[in-house]
Design a protein around this ligand. Structure first.
Ligand code: PLP
Length: 382
């Protein structure tokens, strides 16, 4: 093994003070998790009813500075309902980035819509407002039925940027483009709990946003998600359709539209309340780790992905930009072989068979990043 990999491996092992396997991201339960979960079991309220769901929603709304929060069974379900409530329906198209986790495109597909792929910025790894504006200016036409894609004749029903690895994209400028073209903005904020742009929490720039509390995210509820919005009508509707659309009644079962069983169980919300209490400490630790990596890699020829200008990142997953594809594969092999987990960024969505026929704007930056970006161990140390 060459000296450069030995040095990296030694550094990561020193950071986490272990020679055992080092995962990419593991959960940390150092607060009231056990107490709250046991309380659910002792009270028998482990499922769809209980006090922790409301409490978790209030904590999340307050933390993000949103008026309302609605808990869901996972982040994909949260994003599905955000899109549905933003008006995305059968035969529509949704502008998003091809550099994302599969859940973004899955949620779009659940609405009967198709993604259209817009390029990302190299420094934020998130949707480029310039590419979005260029695409809409050249390829769309405004009609009384909304903004229509000239090539396909379909309605462009939403714009969904994603804050990759917790680094905020230029979402304020994206919001301005959305305003200009009359398209609702829905943020996939699944990875960016604790990330801010221009002092505002990610997920508060558009109509609705989705968060995830999967096991590998900054905080976890086992599985879970959250919708946030400032719109009271949308918030009520989100609660209604994620809980089977049952009309409130003390004994009758009457449902007034097709609903979803997307509830977050109380026992998962209990975990969420305890995790929210620990969130400030988790974020502080993740920032320290990122700072150490940034210093270590500063004269290594590998570019550490640092938080963009005007942004505070949660540093959910630390990332490096390597020189090229061959350097990437060597890097991944050397680290994984000795139990220091590392993985490449996702395969672009337009390269998967389900989305291969979707329109795109060329995706020059997304392709460049796909060949070069790797993630390195990022768990908090508590
Ligand atoms: C994690 C994640 C989601 C939601 O995932 P779930 O596993 O369903 O909670 C959505 N979008 C992105 C970009 C994600 O990383």
């Amino acid at each position: 093994m060459s000296k450069q990999y030995q040095d990296i491996i030694e550094f990561v092992r020193g950071l986490y003070n272990t020679t055992d396997f080092i995962p990419l991201h593991e959960p940390k339960f150092v607060g009231n998790e056990r107490e709250y979960v046991l309380d659910c079991i002792d009270s028998t309220f482990v499922s769809s009813v209980g006090k922790y769901v409301d409490r978790f929603e209030r904590m999340m709304a307050e933390f993000a500075g949103a008026k309302y929060a609605v808990a869901t069974v996972n982040g994909t379900a949260a994003l599905h309902i955000c899109l549905k409530l933003a008006g995305v329906g059968q035969g529509d198209e949704v502008l998003t980035q091809s550099l994302s986790f599969i859940a973004t495109c899955n949620a779009i597909s659940y609405c009967g819509a198709k993604p259209v792929f817009i390029d990302v910025d190299r420094h934020t790894l998130g949707m480029s407002p310039d590419s979005l504006r260029a695409f809409l200016a050249a390829e769309s036409v405004m009609t009384p039925n909304g903004c229509i894609n000239k090539t396909t004749g379909r309605r462009l029903a939403a714009v969904v940027p994603m804050h990759t690895f917790g680094h905020p994209c230029r979402v304020d400028e994206i919001a301005i483009v959305c305003e200009e073209f009359g398209i609702p903005l829905v943020e996939d904020a699944a990875e960016s709990l604790g990330s801010y742009y221009l002092g505002k929490h990610t997920g508060t720039f558009g109509k609705l946003a989705a968060f995830s509390f999967n096991g590998n995210k900054t905080i976890t509820t086992g599985g879970g998600g959250m919708i946030i919005t400032d719109d009271e009508v949308l918030a009520r509707h989100a609660k209604h359709v994620t809980t089977t659309a049952k009309k409130p009644h003390s004994y009758e079962f009457v449902h007034d539209e097709i609903g979803y069983n997307y509830r977050l169980p109380n026992i998962n919300a209990a975990l969420g309340c305890a995790q929210m209490e620990s969130l400030p400490r988790l974020l502080e630790s993740k920032r320290q780790i990122a700072t150490s990596y940034e210093q270590f890699f500063s004269n290594s020829g590998k570019k550490f992905v640092a938080e963009p200008a005007h942004a505070t990142s949660n540093y959910w997953l630390n990332a490096l930009v390597l020189e090229d594809y061959s350097a990437r594969d060597e890097f991944l092999k050397e680290l994984n072989d000795v139990g220091v987990m590392s993985r490449p960024i996702w395969r672009l969505m337009n390269e998967l068979p389900m989305f291969a026929d979707c329109q795109s704007d060329g995706l020059a930056n997304a392709k460049w990043l796909e060949e070069r970006v790797v993630n390195i161990p990022s768990s908090a140390r508590l």
